[in-house]
Design a protein around this ligand. Structure first.
Ligand SMILES: [Cu+2]
Length: 173
């Protein structure tokens, strides 16, 4: 009986952790093929201690190119660019010398009682290293900095404000 009770406690704790983690800012889908053109969305599952979200700012990791944010009625989109180390080939025979460094959506407000998603289209790097997209979520009162990246053997669900993670899988041979 004791074992059963302990097992149910563990399962409950795991479910709670999963549920809470899912309510953080995450990217969906959270897995993609390396080197592919990918469309994902940052899901904002809650505000800051009950306060409404008024801005979502996403830092684009190095190696991600051809970034295009989703247009969202009621939100203005700001795109900041950074120079590339070397010119790169892009779609339709174009060559690019700069790429998107940061995207921010301002507006709303998005109440704590509702969720919303903020989409991005992008070209993923060929390497299969996981990609972290640090996000700063500003609210009418308060801020969440989803910018923590696990160091060494640290687990992601040990972090208080983990950065959204996109896992990359190899291209099909
Ligand atoms: Cu959360």
């Amino acid at each position: 009986m004791k074992h059963l009770y302990r097992a149910s406690l563990t399962i409950t704790a795991l479910l709670l952790a999963a549920g809470t983690a899912a309510a953080h800012v995450t990217i969906q889908p959270d897995e993609a093929v390396a080197g592919s053109y990918f469309r994902g969305a940052f899901s904002v599952g809650h505000g800051c201690d009950g306060s409404s979200t008024i801005s979502v700012r996403v830092k684009i990791p190095d190696g991600v190119l051809s970034v295009k944010p989703q247009m969202k009625p009621g939100w203005t989109v700001e795109i900041k660019k950074k120079p590339l180390a070397a010119p790169q080939a892009a779609l339709h025979g174009k060559t690019i010398t700069e790429t998107v460094d940061e995207v921010s959506w301002k507006g709303g407000p998005l109440p704590d009682s509702l969720y919303d998603t903020f989409g991005l289209m992008m070209k993923l790097p060929d390497s299969e290293a996981p990609l972290y997209f640090p996000v700063v979520q500003e609210c009418e009162n308060g801020v969440h900095r989803w910018i923590e990246i696990p160091a060494g053997t640290q687990k992601r669900d040990e972090l208080r404000e983990p950065a959204p993670l996109l896992r990359l899988k190899p291209k099909a041979p």
